[in-house]
Design a protein around this ligand. Structure first.
Ligand code: S3P
Length: 430
């Protein structure tokens, strides 16, 4: 293969592994740490480029962050105006959540990102923060974004215009950094890591999956705290799916986050007939964690509606791959948001499955996959520099390979070392 492309070969996955710290929780832990006055020690922070973008942006905003061994220490304080543009790289979470923090703190800043992030919508978060009172200019609804200050807080009660955890978190961080209470309504069960983390750190927050009330609190400003970040379910998801579709596979993924707002994939795979077991369930820093055992079993089709899809929003490419191996047609609905992720993931899924001769019918906000026997791909599959599409392609290669993809560089945003981890499981003896 030319360039940094790589070919994935079929073969069962066996053995045990750990996955990197959760990316979503890592962003939030850094931002919550920046708000405190006492230090926050974070263990198992995600090592990828997206979380680095948040860390470096916070340093540019005047926050001291030290990384030593496996531990990151954030010494919070007042945010201050950065000297230059905040480079959010490939990370939507960085741009949206830090815009919320700056809007609350009233610290002017300019935000930008790479060419992929510049294509993604910033208007949904900007519009809701404008209702808060923030003066924000986008570039045709996207980055670069200029935040010019919050002369006066106009509302503290929001109705979410989209069921986005990033937008919800931006509003909660705006309230936190402004030192005012906020109420967010209209959630539909999106990931609740911000709520759990703030509650774990002692802040007065109540939520029920539909609305969130965050009252002003100074717990974070008084005491030193520590957070251990659970293994990233969205990273574990690649191995879970690969083992579920590859005959003779049996794996155990240790200490993985199993927050129910994230584990829609497990529900879908179980419904399809997969053998999945959660062991040693416990709570780590306010988040449910378990060891996940998965073994191969033949799968059958299912239907995935919008509520379930929201709890599996980053795993839809993997659900589509499982559906490709399942008996019957699987319909996935209410996932239009996938068109504005790191790439147009609906188009990417269609391309991926087409490469292995699986028929997919694509709608504007959904897709139907006719399962069967994926065949060997003849061409190199393009990943659009999207980490989750590159790793999903690798999963397809485990069972329907050999499958060659154009580049694996993008995986560094969330899971440096992914290909090596996969190879290690494939080389274990059955
Ligand atoms: C995330 C929320 C989701 C998800 C993204 C991370 C988060 O995005 O797709 O990978 O950490 O809050 P949306 O909030 O846009 O749905």
């Amino acid at each position: 293969m030319k360039g940094d492309g790589i070919t994935f070969h079929p073969g069962p996955l066996c053995g045990e592994l750990d996955v990197p710290g959760d990316k979503s929780i890592s962003h939030r832990a850094l931002i919550a740490g920046a708000f405190g006055r006492a230090q926050l020690r974070i263990a198992n922070l995600n090592p990828g480029r997206d979380v680095r973008a948040t860390r470096e942006a916070l340093v540019a905003l005047g926050i001291r962050i030290e990384v030593e061994g496996g531990e990151t220490t954030v010494r919070g304080g007042a945010l201050r105006e950065p000297g230059g543009v905040l480079d959010c790289m490939n990370s939507g979470s960085t741009a949206r959540m830090l815009l919320g923090a700056c809007a609350g703190a009233g610290v002017r800043a300019n935000f930008d990102g790479d060419s992929s992030l510049r294509r993604r919508p910033m208007e949904p978060v900007a519009a809701q923060l404008r209702a808060f009172g923030a003066q924000i200019e986008t570039t045709d609804g996207r980055l670069p974004v200029k935040y010019r200050g919050t002369p006066e807080i106009q509302t503290r009660r929001f109705i979410l215009l989209a069921p986005s955890a990033q937008v919800k978190s931006a509003l909660l961080f705006a309230g936190l950094f402004a030192g005012v209470g906020v109420r967010v309504e209209g959630d539909r069960g999106s990931r609740d890591h911000t709520e759990r983390l703030l509650a774990y750190l002692g802040l007065p927050v109540d939520w029920d999956g539909r609305s969130i009330d965050l009252a002003p609190g100074d717990a974070l400003r008084r005491r030193e705290s520590s957070v251990e970040v659970a293994g990233d379910f969205s990273a574990a998801a690649f191995f879970i799916t690969a083992a579920a579709v590859t005959p003779r596979s049996s794996i155990l993924i240790r200490k993985t986050g199993v927050n129910p707002t994230r584990t829609g994939l497990l529900d879908v795979l179980r419904e399809m007939g997969a053998h999945i077991e959660l062991r040693n369930e416990r709570t780590v820093s306010g988040e449910p964690v378990a060891d996940i055992r998965v073994a191969y079993a033949p799968l059958h089709a299912t239907a995935v509606g919008p509520e379930l899809a929201l709890r599996a929003i980053d795993e839809i490419p993997l659900i589509a791959i499982a559906a490709a191996f399942a008996d019957g047609s699987t319909a996935i609905a209410g996932v239009g948001e996938l068109r504005t992720k790191e790439s147009d993931r609906i188009a990417a899924i269609e391309r991926l499955l087409q490469a292995v001769s699986i028929e997919t019918e694509v709608q504007p906000a959904g897709l139907t996959i006719r399962g069967g026997r994926p065949s060997r791909a003849q061409e190199i599959v393009a990943t659009d520099e999207d980490h989750r599409i590159a790793m999903a392609a690798a999963v397809l290669g485990c069972s329907a390979g050999p499958l060659a993809i154009d580049s694996m560089q993008s995986v560094d945003v969330s899971f440096p070392g992914f290909a090596q981890a996969l190879e290690a499981l494939q080389s274990e003896r059955v």
